[in-house]
Design a protein around this ligand. Sequence first.
Ligand SMILES: [Zn+2]
Length: 144
Amino acid sequence: MRALEKSPASLLVPFYFFLLGLLILFSLILLVQGVTGAGRNDSFTNMLFIMTGLTGLVSTFYMIRRYQVSVQKMLKERKTVVLTVEECSKCSYKAVRPFREGDYVYGYGEECPRCPKGSGDTGVENRMVITAIYLEGGRQEERY
Ligand SMILES: [Zn+2]
């Protein structure tokens, strides 16, 4: 059950290709039946077999191609960089840096490089506040 929650796609993919394999096999059988049956009495059925077999093969290859495209798209999307925007509440200095684990909107970011380091030992007062988390490319992921 836990594996399902983690990545349902990884379980679906082999099943998908198993189906595609069956479809190819079925189409090939139809095609061979139609070709070897040529010359026999029922030429219409042979033609139907060949046509169905060819259609099956073409649509299977089309599905594989579409799958490849979607995988490439997914890999491209994975490359997108997530950016964190930090703002100083005192001097309103704004900084954008790559997202780090643990970042959340209205959480504390890094120390403000502009404001002088206060006498406070916690350092929290000097830290900027995360105001937004973006996906590079303009699409916003979170904004409150
Ligand atoms: Zn500041």
